[in-house]
Design a protein around this ligand. Structure first.
Ligand SMILES: [Zn+2]
Ligand SMILES: [Zn+2]
Length: 177
């Protein structure tokens, strides 16, 4: 089993490989990069000026099926995304579809008025990406604040997570593998 990383052509350039490697390191699962074909995004909400993450995930399911893949597919886009009843989400997974999405919109230092840092951005995309792929592999949320499967409620909580899966979640992954 491998995960596939689908990097939107507008997402931060040059970070695909570092993010792929970091996710591989966190989950202990190999990844592959999808080519540069452009995905027509759907689900833009004109009032919120954000994409509906659930609509995007069902759109992504069609891509995954077309490619004959049964592997988890993670899309990384620069656009802000939301789900109903939430102001925004960093990412979302749909285990039924085997698809997941991460938005880089709120993962940059710039968004919070801090000095840009590519390493910080790679770390956050990797943690969020590994978290969503973790859901696709059957992992629920974890109470361990340092575990990638912890659900952060703030930017600081996201940064406090480490690039690792805790022993309990690792054991679950092994059972599921
Ligand atoms: Zn989650
Ligand atoms: Zn855990």
């Amino acid at each position: 089993m491998r995960f596939t990383l689908y990097w939107d052509h507008r997402s931060p350039p040059g970070l695909q490989l570092p993010v792929q490697r970091a996710i591989e390191g966190i989950l202990g699962v190999d990844g592959a990069l999808l080519g540069t074909d452009r995905l027509m995004l759907t689900g833009f909400d004109l009032v919120r000026r954000q994409y509906n993450a659930e609509v995007l995930l069902s759109r992504l399911d069609a891509v995954r099926r077309r490619r004959g893949g049964c592997n988890p597919l993670l899309l990384v886009i620069p656009d802000d995304i939301f789900v109903q009843r939430e102001e925004f989400v960093y990412g979302l997974a749909h285990p039924g579809f085997g698809t997941a999405i991460v938005s880089t919109a709120r993962l940059t230092n710039e968004f919070y008025g801090r000095r840009p840092c590519e390493d910080d951005l790679v770390d956050r995309i990797a943690k969020e990406g590994a978290h969503e792929i973790g859901h696709l592999l059957g992992l629920p949320h974890c109470p361990d604040r340092e575990c990638v499967m912890f659900a952060p409620h703030s930017f600081d909580e996201l940064d406090r997570k480490r690039k690792m899966v805790c022993p309990a979640c690792t054991a679950r992954l092994r059972i599921g593998a």
